[in-house]
Design a protein around this ligand. Sequence first.
Ligand code: PMP
Length: 351
Amino acid sequence: MAGNWRKNVREIAPYVPGEQSKDADLIKLNANENPYPPSPKVQEVFRSFDAAALRRYPDANSTELRHTLAEHFGVGDNQVFLGNGSDDVLALCFQTFFCSDDPILFPDVTYSFYPVWCSLFRIPFRKVPLTADYRIDPQDYAVKNGGVILPNPNAPTGIGEGLEFVEVLLQNNPDSIVIIDEAYIDFGGTSCLPLLEKYENLVIVQTMSKSRSLAGMRVGYAIASPELIAALEAVKNSYNSYTMDMLTLDAATASVKDNAYFRETCARVIQTRERSAQTFREMGFTVLPSQTNFLLVTHPEKSAKELFEKLRAQKIFVRYFNQPRVDNHLRVTIGTDDEMDKLFEALRNIM
Ligand code: PMP
């Protein structure tokens, strides 16, 4: 095998997603997907779509979806950048904004894709430990850096921080780009959207994979100052791999316009989460406070690996974590009430 090709790529430890399966009997609580279908308006788009339209190229500027999102968030059309899933948008943000010799900072633990992009794009990074109670202290980010990225709420802890937290982070980092990954924001978190007007170095990234039940379609976006969005556009145009397809544009637009359905399904997930957290506690688990559609749990006497494997044998998939700080933990995505009842029944039998 030829050795003269990118060493940093050969050494990357790839991100490992939750196990996939098409088994209809499966209770799949391992990828933070939404248990409810997308808005019925999305189905209508599919039903009425004429395949003849596909002979044309899609709108490379995503004009309608961009405008619909801008209206939804009360920002200008020139403050929204769209991509095929927020992973794509985040990867482009890393390439566009993180270029200093100083390390970028992100929490330890957090979304495990961040170090993968750093390796890929040769961005130095430093992981900043969480506090004893699994939180992020914004003062820990008041050191010279090449940028800051963190999810709020954080993953896989599920813990969300308030507006003041993000504001302190921004005040401590006037010269860096601060990216707040709001993948799980719609399940009770506080979006830092109101800070956009005041801080031109803030980039907010959101996804339609979780709260809008569109993981299968790949829609993500960044919201930021016109200057930073223009920078993303400039990099996108030179690569041209971020253009969204016609059906996705229409379906995502229909989803954003159906705010009532969106609010209702989010509220349902939150209600089930609170009930599930309570049940876990009654069963002796320690549960971190979550503002997401998942719970990170651990049992003082039980092996998370064993619980994970025994649940898996009963076709209930959850996520098992065994890394420092979250060793012996399970991350359980919130399913329907019925799915959660089945999970608890299985757990009771196992334990
Ligand atoms: N950020 C975080 C924190 C996530 O957990 C995920 C989903 N795994 C993503 C971003 C990416 O989501 P998507 O690409 O589906 O938009």
